[in-house]
Design a binder for this molecule. Structure first.
Ligand SMILES: O=C(O)c1ccccc1NCC(=O)[C@H](O)[C@H](O)COP(=O)(O)O
Length: 211
């Protein structure tokens, strides 16, 4: 049984959040980004956060948030992790790390070897780098993948994970090719954009554990 960490992202209802926890997710993601079909207000995110047992980590997603909204989001939701999913710089994230007592993850769109060089700039600042497909209509949650071989050839030195187009049918192969210690999914466990499907959540977690 694989011990790969599992993040189910873009949860927005108590029922699907509980289903992710029950299915064995190690991390649950709450997206606070108004253009997203998965957006949750800070107040709703705080309510969802309170349902999550201590054994499961809560990841709050922000995109190019300014300092004051970032601080407000942290104090309202009290997540274990803030995942920065925009064009945030290493310098800005180093400041966040200095002032907020929260683990930081940085999402990096993986296009080519240069993207890996960019990711290295977050070493010592981000507790984890999440490799995703490059931004499209949305910065994340687009349901499209990237070339896993880029990572297979150059695994990062810091903790990392993969996202982008994963689903119950391909996640075992993604783990096999990349050796990723964490897998993240959103669209692949939905029946429509922003609508999570409990059976697909269960199937995804089962596929990861069987990898
Ligand atoms: O999911 C969103 O709507 C979203 C919006 C803005 C920034 C990030 C977003 N999601 C980030 C995630 O961590 C997703 O799980 C990741 O991009 C994978 O998404 P998918 O390809 O749909 O599985």
């Amino acid at each position: 049984m694989s011990d790969t960490l599992i993040k189910i992202c873009g949860l927005s209802t108590p029922e699907t959040l509980d289903a992710a926890v029950d299915a064995g997710a190690t991390h649950v993601g709450l997206v606070h980004f108004e253009p997203s079909p998965r957006h949750v207000s800070l107040e709703d995110a705080a309510k969802l956060r309170r349902r999550v047992p201590e054994t499961v980590k809560v990841v709050l997603l922000l995109v190019n948030a300014q300092p004051e909204p970032t601080e407000r989001a942290f104090h309202t939701v009290r997540p274990d992790v803030i995942q920065f999913h925009g064009n945030e710089t290493p310098e800005w994230l180093a400041l966040v790390r200095k002032y907020l007592d929260v683990q930081i993850w940085k999402a990096v769109g993986l296009r080519d070897a240069a993207s890996l060089d960019w990711a290295r700039k977050f070493e010592g600042i981000a507790g984890r780098v999440l490799f995703d497909s490059p931004a499209q209509a949305l910065p994340g949650g687009n349901g499209t993948g990237f070339d896993w071989n880029l990572l297979a050839a150059n695994p990062p030195a810091t903790p990392w994970g993969i996202a982008g187009g994963l689903d119950p049918a391909n996640v075992a192969e993604a783990i096999r090719v990349t050796g990723a210690p964490l897998v993240d999914v959103s669209s692949g466990v939905e029946s429509a954009p922003g609508v999570k499907d409990v059976d697909r959540i269960k199937a995804f977690c089962k596929a990861v554990r069987g990898a």
